[in-house]
Design a binder for this molecule. Structure first.
Ligand SMILES: Nc1ncnc2c1ncn2[C@@H]1O[C@H](COP(=O)(O)OP(=O)(O)OP(=O)(O)O)[C@@H](O)[C@H]1O
Ligand SMILES: [Mg+2]
Length: 241
């Protein structure tokens, strides 16, 4: 059995005739933050969807030493994997509290629920002040907090984050990323998909760069931050711009 928290081997994701991800392999060690970066359409979300069996794929994916192939999404959630999807997908007509309760659907015992509510509020005090508010009336940043908080209610061991900074003001982005670091400190394993390459490389220990569905580069995040190929293409401080 592998000691890796998450391992992907020869993953290919296709939509009809379109190949979105081509034969990629990657892994994450327990407690690591690993980022998957790349331009629009590179295949980042498709990779996360394949892990949750929300996209058709071939190849092997193991989470916590167990294959997810042939499993249903809710079974994978029960194994301890949670996805915070791009665009957040919270229930706007339900309150903050109700959204959080829904996140706990795989872990419902009253005792644990109370503890996890406490942990989410500790992570995002703003949510604590807004438990009865309709989620649809939250600001964009608060909705992102709620989406992450909802995922945490299932007490996952692996958290898949799809573009948590999307559309947020810099101050909120910093708050969200502080929470991501705090979550990693609790011992969770995090796969972070981001278009904010600079911030992603500052937050993660390792990174994979996806280009047109293939891994073009990978390695230590701090080293990739200084790699001219990354700087030119993703950090916007190219010497020959
Ligand atoms: N349901 C679908 N049907 C057909 N093609 C799809 C579908 N979902 C994604 N694709 C295509 O697969 C490719 C990869 O998309 P994906 O959403 O994985 O990219 P991404 O890296 O997450 O991009 P972004 O940064 O814009 O979110 C794109 O060309 C996209 O158009
Ligand atoms: Mg995407």
């Amino acid at each position: 059995m592998s000691e890796k928290a998450l391992s992907i081997e020869n993953l290919t994701v296709t939509y009809g005739g379109i190949t979105a991800v081509k034969n990629i392999s990657l892994h994450i060690m327990p407690g690591e933050i690993v980022t998957l970066i790349g331009a629009n359409g590179a295949g980042k979300s498709s990779t996360l969807k394949a892990i949750m069996r929300l996209a058709k794929s071939t190849g092997e994916i193991q989470a916590l030493g167990q294959s997810v192939i042939g499993k249903e999404t809710h079974e994978i959630a029960r194994m301890g994997v949670a996805l915070v999807p791009e665009g957040r997908a919270i229930f706007g007509n339900l309150s903050v509290r109700e959204n959080l309760e829904l996140g706990a659907y795989v872990k419902r015992e009253a005792e644990g629920m109370k503890k996890r509510f406490g942990e989410v509020v500790e992570l995002f005090p703003r949510l604590g002040e807004r438990m009865s508010q309709n989620a649809g009336t939250l600001s964009g940043g608060e909705q992102q907090m709620l989406a992450i908080g909802r995922a945490m209610m299932a007490e996952p061991r692996i958290l898949l984050l799809d573009e948590p900074s999307l559309g947020l003001a810099p101050k909120l982005v910093m708050e969200i990323f502080a929470a991501v670091r705090a979550i990693a400190k609790k011992g969770l394993t995090i796969l972070l998909v981001e278009q904010n390459t600079r911030l992603a490389l500052e937050t993660a220990q390792r990174a994979y760069v996806l280009v047109s569905g293939e891994i073009a580069l990978s390695g230590n995040a701090a080293e990739l931050r200084h790699d001219p190929r990354v700087k030119d293409a993703y950090l916007g401080d190219s010497a020959h711009a």
